[in-house]
Write a protein that binds this ligand. Structure first.
Ligand SMILES: [Zn+2]
Length: 431
């Protein structure tokens, strides 16, 4: 399995100079290739002809011999990808999509070194990237300890965050996963529309992993960005106020990304740590619309609205959890959960209409005999047990669990907190 790891770099002044000179050449190459593909009359330039013409460019402009040829080739590939994705979006009717633009030398051009040994190596925890005539001239940057465990590097990208003034290396590497050890213990999860995974394990214990704090905090940031966008439209483009607001917008998006990744990683680690004896996690068949609950926020800017729709923490959590579990030899799979929300786990009668996401309590429609009432997501879990684990179900009949462990992450300190939520006396677990 291929994984990625991003770390901050502290390059020397000499290394910074070299990185920026590569960045300038990449920008020149990007702009030249873009011009050739868009504005030259009758031009038939494409990815292949442009890759070939690199040889000629190097003959006439020897400075292009300095950077690794892979980095230059990747500029042409990345331009081609931008064109393809632009045409694909237009074809789908997305008229907000923009064609590739000219780049300014003010901004660092992200450099992709795509082959270990040829364009980069890591030796004694020092990253060496191809530059100049021979290996003696390569750019050397010490790496933090965090990547010392990696021994199967595949590619590296060098990035610069304008807003933070920091350099980063993003590695991709091969990770050998632990092979899956099947055992009898399975945990079932219901991906609830209220931003949580509710699960029941092989002992009939309930767990509730809640990410609503993350979602709420992200919503506030989106709202903040939306306000900034409104302010931006009143400022003169290119003015210092315009730039300042624009920088704040970028920082806002970057905050959301970092925060989301950190919180979801913490929760995923917590799920794995909470259940050392479970080798198999089954998650009810999730679909994106189902895992999105209405935000109630009024965002004016179309792009922010779209970003918000795409950033769905619950489906991201399921992705992160799946690969983390895989790394330690545990299996995560989907299963068909159709009808489990509507069906009463006690008497099997079905509700006439599906519960809306805002209805948190399941109430059996047989109000004379059955009268069963239970927290919605927990009641779905009972149905999973009833359908898939008959021995466990037999042991639960008549003495349903009386509590659930709720796990949340403090968004600001990123610590996980667990507390036990108890059932009410008559057996109803209220949210
Ligand atoms: Zn019932």
């Amino acid at each position: 399995m291929n994984l990625s790891k991003k770390v901050q770099l502290f390059p020397s002044i000499k290394a910074i100079d070299a990185l920026w000179s590569v960045s300038h050449l990449c920008t020149d190459l990007w702009n030249g290739s873009l011009e050739e593909r868009t504005y030259k009359r009758g031009s038939k330039a494409n990815i292949y002809s442009q890759k070939k013409s690199l040889v000629t460019i190097k003959e006439y402009l020897p400075e292009f011999k300095q950077p690794s040829s892979q980095v230059l080739q990747n500029v042409i590939f990345s331009l081609d990808r931008s064109f393809s994705s632009f045409f694909a979006k237009r074809k789908k009717g997305d008229f907000l999509a923009n064609p590739p633009k000219f780049k300014s030398k003010k901004y660092f051009f992200t450099q992709e070194y795509s082959q270990y040994n040829t364009s980069f190596i890591v030796e004694n925890n020092v990253l060496k990237i191809a530059y100049g005539k021979s290996k003696k001239d390569w750019i050397e940057i010490p790496l933090p300890q965090e990547v010392a465990f990696i021994n199967n590097f595949k590619t590296v990208k060098i990035l610069y965050d304008d807003a933070k003034g920091k350099y980063y290396a993003a590695f991709s590497y091969e990770f050998e996963e632990v092979s899956y050890l099947p055992n009898e213990n399975t945990m079932y999860f219901d991906p609830g529309s209220k931003n949580a995974l509710t699960g029941i394990n092989h002992k009939g214990e309930f767990y509730n992993y809640d990410i609503s704090h993350l979602r709420e905090t992200n919503m506030q940031t989106y709202l903040h960005i939306d306000n900034l966008k409104a302010q931006l439209s009143k400022k003169k483009k290119g003015s210092s106020r315009y730039k300042r607001i624009n920088r704040k917008i970028k920082q806002g998006f970057s905050k959301i990304n970092t925060r989301t990744k950190m919180v979801l990683s913490k929760i995923s680690n917590k799920i794995i740590a909470d259940h050392p004896n479970i080798n198999q996690f089954k998650i009810g068949n999730w679909t994106t619309p189902q895992t999105i609950s209405k935000t109630g926020l009024k965002i004016k800017d179309k792009r922010i609205n779209r970003a918000m729709q795409n950033n769905n923490p619950l489906s991201k959590l399921i992705n992160i959890f799946s690969y983390k579990a895989k790394m330690v030899g545990k299996e995560v799979s989907k299963f068909d959960e159709r009808g489990t929300t509507k069906t009463c786990s006690m008497c099997g009668k079905k509700l006439k209409e599906a519960l809306s996401p805002s209805q948190r309590v399941f109430k059996c429609r047989d109000i004379k005999k059955c009268k069963f009432e239970y927290s919605r997501d927990h009641q779905s879990c009972l149905n999973f047990v009833k359908n898939f684990e008959s021995a466990l179900w037999q042991s639960l009949v008549g003495k349903l669990p009386t509590r659930t462990k709720r796990v949340q992450v403090n968004v600001f300190s990123c610590k996980t907190q667990s507390n036990i939520v108890h059932f009410k006396m008559h057996g109803n677990l209220l949210p």
